[in-house]
Design a protein around this ligand. Structure first.
Ligand code: R7I
Ligand code: MG
Ligand code: MG
Length: 349
């Protein structure tokens, strides 16, 4: 489809859910042989399974809250979104939430709470979380707002409801930017795609809070920009091993060690790869490759899935995968509603 087509919206939301659901199998595993990944994925084609047997985790649970809030309020409303996070957690606490964020979600359900951003600020001795929980649910912001400035602003605020450390919320901004660009067809020119992300993140990381956090956590001056440069270096190499990707970019629960990794997975899988089945389409390659990295597989595959799905569109995604994953059909319907919201707001502008 063309830029911002319905097919791209559907692809983005559905592939994110698939990444989360199929990635759950390997979350936290140190080494994941590609053979095990392919075995897991081929079991999804077994027709006797299906009907949502693979449950989604916190990644999708929170993304669904973001989507429902953006739709219900026709824009960003922090009170409404915070309430939905809290309610979702209290209804289904067993979705595999990060151990820190649970405190925030409990505080967000208090009726006495004045400032919905305060619980997040209290995390980790007042520095806030740098986990990838803000980034894992950032894709819908790119599907709700056509203007780049809005995507950046609201992805950041949406993440800050639980992640007040800049290394957490800037990861969410990067993820939303990647989905935004992919929706426009920017992955047709991968070098320019990464250059544009660097240009945008140069500005995003150019503020006092980001500089402060980077210094305290002993990271590069602009940590996400530095990682994007590493991606560019990896892209220029003819062969890159899984071990190199993990050591250069990481596969962990911190946004800094997972958002750039997810972006790399998408870029690396734009063309067929020897280690992956020839009949795989782009979304299948991207998800399979993300799982083979091990570590935070559900989240990396979820984020990579959103970016890849926005590029390839819904048509290439295998139907049996959708049938197997809880929430994938809901995501498909939500995509249509977000598509309408997006195009409505671009007319008003
Ligand atoms: O970021 P968050 O929502 O977790 C998301 C992850 C995804 O992989 C999901 O699939 C789910 O499995 O969890 O939750 P947080 O609790 O805010 O952060 C996750 C973890 O990162 C924390 O439990 C800590 O181990 C670590 N972490 C920190 N550790 C030390 N200091 C995050 N911030 C800090 C910190 O400032
Ligand atoms: Mg999860
Ligand atoms: Mg995870």
């Amino acid at each position: 489809g063309g830029p911002a087509s319905l097919s791209r919206f559907r692809g983005a939301l559905v592939a994110a859910v698939l990444g989360d659901c199929v990635g759950g199998e390997f979350e936290g595993a140190e080494e994941v042989p590609m053979e095990s990944v392919l075995q897991h994925l081929s079991s999804l084609d077994d027709e006797t399974k299906g009907n949502g047997i693979l449950e989604y985790s916190d990644d999708t649970a929170m993304a669904r809250c973001v989507i429902q809030s953006l739709l219900a309020r026709a824009g960003f409303d922090e009170q409404d979104m915070a309430r939905r996070f809290a309610k979702e957690y209290s209804t289904s606490p067993g979705r595999g939430y990060g151990s820190g964020v649970i405190q925030v979600l409990k505080k967000l359900s208090s009726p006495q709470l004045n400032d919905v951003y305060q619980p997040a600020r209290d995390q980790f001795n007042g520095r806030g979380s740098f986990g990838n929980g803000g980034a894992m649910r950032a894709a819908p912001f790119a599907l709700a707002f056509p203007a780049l400035a809005d995507v950046k602003r609201f992805a950041r605020l949406g993440a800050m409801l639980t992640h007040s450390c800049s290394l957490g919320y800037n990861g969410a901004v990067l993820q939303a930017l990647a989905v935004h660009l992919s929706l426009q067809g920017a992955l047709d020119l991968p070098q320019q795609f990464i250059s544009r992300l660097i240009t945008e993140m140069e500005e995003v990381e150019d503020d006092k809070a980001s500089q402060n956090d980077a210094r305290i956590l002993k990271e590069a001056e602009k940590p996400f920009c530095e990682r994007l440069h590493r991606i560019r270096d990896l892209m220029s190499r003819s062969k890159v091993s899984i071990e190199e990707v993990i050591s250069e970019l990481g596969n962990g629960i911190a946004a800094l060690h997972s958002v750039p990794t997810a972006i790399f997975c998408v870029l690396h899988c734009l063309q067929p790869r020897e280690s992956l089945p020839e009949n795989y389409c782009g979304v299948e390659r991207t998800i399979a490759y993300s799982l083979a990295l091990g570590g935070d597989t559900d989240t990396i595959a979820c984020m990579a899935g959103a970016i890849a799905g926005a590029h390839y569109g819904i048509e290439t995604i295998p139907q049996p995968w959708i049938k197997c994953c809880e929430g994938a059909e809901d995501a498909d319907m939500d995509a249509e509603r977000l598509h309408m919201l997006y195009h409505k707001s671009s007319q008003v502008d």
